[in-house]
Design a protein around this ligand. Structure first.
Ligand SMILES: [Zn+2]
Length: 268
């Protein structure tokens, strides 16, 4: 394989390695963030549950107070009934009846209140059950996440290490100035840094390469940047047609030879 093709091949390797490194670094950055988010949700659910329990306590106290009042009133009504016979005259009798009527009315109102309160209590209990389920699921998820975060972090770091080694190896093949160009573009332009040129069109920016530059690219002697997007380019025909990435040396050589013959023919 010519030095040129080998360099292109290693640049493509570098590109792949760097793409994976970005994904892994992103993952390493996101893992603790996602954990913090889950912890936040867990805390909020806990607070909601606490607030709901406070509400339930208040409702239960109200219910107890109403029960006591209804009970007290019933006792009073019973007592009044037994006193009724002891009324000394009609006026007193009617007065006692009125009082009993009043207490009855009050108790009926309290009974209605009590029904409304029971309904509200049931409703709040249902909400409480929902929050409890939610909280339980969240805690399980959190537990799982805590257990997996270590594993995932270790795996990502291990893979990053391997990629770093692969990267260093690729960098040994690519000459320093080309590597400098690669890093320069990488820092300034959206991925990818190195792209194929198909039918004279740069696949990085989808713009036609000027014929003279395309000619130079086809010669396969030096690494050429797309004049439009500045990305490093290689001619797709120098490598496998179905993949845009370089493949076997033999195939690349064959393609290059075939094409250079064609170019020679075209020139004649
Ligand atoms: Zn371009």
């Amino acid at each position: 394989m010519s030095m040129y093709l080998e360099q292109i091949e290693q640049l493509v390797v570098l590109q792949k390695v760097d793409d994976e490194i970005i994904v892994l670094q992103q993952e390493l950055e996101n893992l603790p963030k996602e954990l913090a988010e889950l912890e936040q949700q867990d805390e909020e659910t806990g607070q909601r549950l606490e607030q709901l329990n406070d509400k339930l306590d208040i409702l239960k106290t109200q219910q107890k107070r109403l029960d006591d009042e209804i009970e007290d009133n019933s006792v009073k009504i019973k007592k009044s009934k037994s006193k009724l016979m002891m009324a000394e005259n009609t006026r007193e009798y009617h007065a006692m009846m009125r009082e009993m009527d009043n207490m009855d009315k009050i108790n009926r109102t309290r009974e209605e209140e009590r029904v409304a309160l029971s309904e509200e209590l049931e409703r709040q209990k249902e909400i409480g059950a929902e929050i409890t389920t939610e909280s339980k699921e969240l805690k399980e998820k959190l537990e799982e996440y805590r257990a997996s975060i270590k594993k995932r972090t270790t795996a990502a770091k291990k893979r990053l290490n391997a990629l770093e080694k692969q990267r260093n190896k690729a960098c040994e093949v690519v000459p320093k100035p080309v590597l400098g160009r690669y890093e320069f573009i990488r820092a300034r332009i959206h991925n990818p840094v190195i792209v194929s040129v198909i039918d004279g069109v740069c696949t990085g920016c989808n713009i036609q390469i000027p014929p003279q530059i395309f000619n130079d690219l086809q010669k396969g002697e030096q690494i050429i940047s797309c004049p439009n997007c500045q990305r490093l380019t290689f001619w797709c025909e120098h490598f496998s047609a179905d993949e845009k990435a370089p493949t076997s040396e033999a195939k690349a050589k064959e393609n290059a030879k075939k094409k250079s013959e064609e170019i020679a023919e075209a020139k004649e």
